[in-house]
Write a protein that binds this ligand. Structure first.
Ligand SMILES: Nc1ncnc2c1ncn2[C@@H]1O[C@H](COP(=O)(O)OP(=O)(O)O)[C@@H](O)[C@H]1O
Ligand SMILES: [Mg+2]
Length: 211
């Protein structure tokens, strides 16, 4: 079983959005998935999935809320999933490190402002300090708009010693609209949005398989 987690120091950066899209892309290939929603208060991903099913769309796998990584580990120990996708707690917590320890790939979604970049890089360093291999950590540029902010953010992250995924998730109402119905970033009504998001998702899967 391959495990990917989406974690961040801050809320609202696109963890649940990217977790749903990654699960959707993996489920399309016929892989069996467990999707762990660690946001016990908001249960965003579980809610999105319920919305998705209510709209008659395909399931992305078994989506469940877990209070702790230990509970999650117990739950998957007896099963045979190809993929485990962890949508992290709203903000970094003790569970973030625990999620990182069981992950083959840790994705840190990050907006382009200094106020987002610095805490995210700090979290990356914290994970490395706790014996998580640097090569297992990738940054995903999320909710970005202009080429210059993307270029600057990419350089800033690379200079701090971390990898950045190809492509980025642009801030677009079209993504939000799709998400309101439980659809993934690659399932919007707009082909260009789907194609742009697809670059990021392919990069996530490529990084996972190169581990
Ligand atoms: N690329 C995007 N464009 C527009 N809205 C977005 C985008 N990514 C996320 N959002 C919106 O921002 C909010 C927070 O996103 P979410 O994925 O739930 O973040 P997190 O899980 O990190 O808290 C949601 O309302 C979501 O619809
Ligand atoms: Mg979330």
């Amino acid at each position: 079983m391959k495990t990917i987690s989406f974690v961040s120091q801050k809320g609202g950066v696109g963890k649940s959005t990217l977790a749903l899209a990654t699960a959707y892309e993996a489920s399309k290939s016929g892989l069996s998935l467990k999707v762990a929603d660690m946001d016990t208060q908001q249960g965003t991903l579980s809610d999105l999935h319920r919305q998705r099913l209510n709209n008659g769309n395909s399931s992305i796998g078994s989506v469940e809320i877990f209070g702790t990584i230990d509970d999650l580990k117990k739950s998957v120990a007896m099963s045979n999933y190809d993929f485990l996708i962890i949508d992290g707690t709203p903000r970094a917590s003790k569970g973030t490190l625990a999620a990182g320890k069981i992950s083959d790939l840790i994705v840190l979604p990050c907006c382009s402002s200094r106020a987002d970049l610095i805490p995210t890089i700090k979290l990356g360093h914290e994970l490395v300090k706790n014996q998580i291999p640097r090569g297992n950590i990738v940054f995903a540029l999320s909710r970005v708009t202009t080429a210059s902010e993307i270029g600057d953010a990419r350089e800033f992250i690379r200079e701090s010693g971390f990898k950045v995924l190809d492509g980025c998730v642009f801030e677009k109402p079209g993504y939000r609209q799709a998400q309101n119905d439980g659809y993934a970033l690659t399932e919007t009504k707009w082909k260009s949005l789907n194609n742009k998001a697809n670059i990021v998702l392919e990069s996530i899967l490529a990084n996972l398989l190169s581990e």
